[in-house]
Write a protein that binds this ligand. Sequence first.
Ligand SMILES: Cc1cc2nc3c(=O)[nH]c(=O)nc-3n(C[C@H](O)[C@H](O)[C@H](O)COP(=O)(O)OP(=O)(O)OC[C@H]3O[C@@H](n4cnc5c(N)ncnc54)[C@H](O)[C@@H]3O)c2cc1C
Ligand code: FES
Length: 340
Amino acid sequence: MPKHKITMIFEDGRSEMIEADENDTIYMAALRNKIRLMTDCLEGACATCKGQAVNGIYTMDDYSDEALSDEEAADGEVLTCKMRAQSDCVIEFPYMSKVAFRVGAKTWGCCVKFIEKVSSNVVKLVISLDENEKSPPVFMPGQYVNISVPGSDETRSYSFANAPSSNGTLSFYIKLLDKGVMSDYLRERATEGDPIYITGPYGRFYLREPERPILMIAGGTGLAPMFSMLSQMVDLGMVQQSVHLLYGVNKTSEIFGLDEIKDKFSNNLKLVYETTCLVPDEEWSGATGYVTDLLRPELIKESTDVYVCGPPPMIDAVDIWLTENQFDKKFVYAEKFLPS
Ligand SMILES: Cc1cc2nc3c(=O)[nH]c(=O)nc-3n(C[C@H](O)[C@H](O)[C@H](O)COP(=O)(O)OP(=O)(O)OC[C@H]3O[C@@H](n4cnc5c(N)ncnc54)[C@H](O)[C@@H]3O)c2cc1C
Ligand code: FES
């Protein structure tokens, strides 16, 4: 019996991937993995087990239209006590993960492999899983983990910059603040081999099945999750959709990642990119201003998946622009790099 990968994402952003047999309901498959989805009747009558299937092919056993109307079903809402997966699926649940799990999110032991300064204020942190870790984190491109800061009790959130397929080696692009717990560690103390823990994965910001043209809007290290998504598209040969990437930085010296964009992504995907700099140096001949200044209505066709990531004011500015230009936000996905 074929098995499919089911990714479940909860209100707090925690996600878990399980395998489900086509014979199993999602509720049963979760239970076999010690995940207790919210249920009551198990008869398709009460709607307690309702979730939102974001993608995937599935069938539904008989259920009451009191629990799930035709309109809700057409919109991808599902009763997980009656749902059987026919392909890999992603399902979002409107409640916190602690309702379904007895144990906290998974933690992996890792160590620093190397740190590379890639611009005046960004470092690339590459870590590798400890040898005794049996399996790498299973995540969707765009998601993040909490990383422990060695020498402190603190953790900070960082988006994966690598594709999920890169197994035990994980990359992150981290902005160095003038003063900050992680920033100070990376600037002053970080050494190859330092032990580090990661917990997760988390996040509702992830690459949807590329069925529509894609617009990515990244501010500074907001480029990291876009790299993860683009790498996944290259790895899986998702080359049919056009991707337009808008990338903004404050100063020219802060630009990073352009070589990767040119060599890896432009050469393998239908990718067009534009870079803008708020306060350029004399040699800069590209666009100037905020990344939102690059936005224009023709970049968003009737249905375009829009991914936005970066500092909160940038996300808010994109949101205002979309509202002012009367764009439907149904296919807009955003990750704010909020301070801890
Ligand atoms: C879901 C998520 C994903 C994230 N992914 C990334 C990522 O991939 N790359 C990345 O660089 N960051 C990312 N961040 C931000 C990151 O988690 C930290 O907030 C940031 O790296 C600062 O950590 P720190 O320990 O150096 O500073 P802290 O010790 O946390 O902060 C020190 C001081 O600086 C302020 N501060 C914090 N962040 C900023 C900022 N951006 N600009 C100005 N002041 C600030 C704080 O309010 C505090 O006063 C993400 C945040 C979230 C919520
Ligand atoms: S548990 Fe009642 S509809 Fe699924």
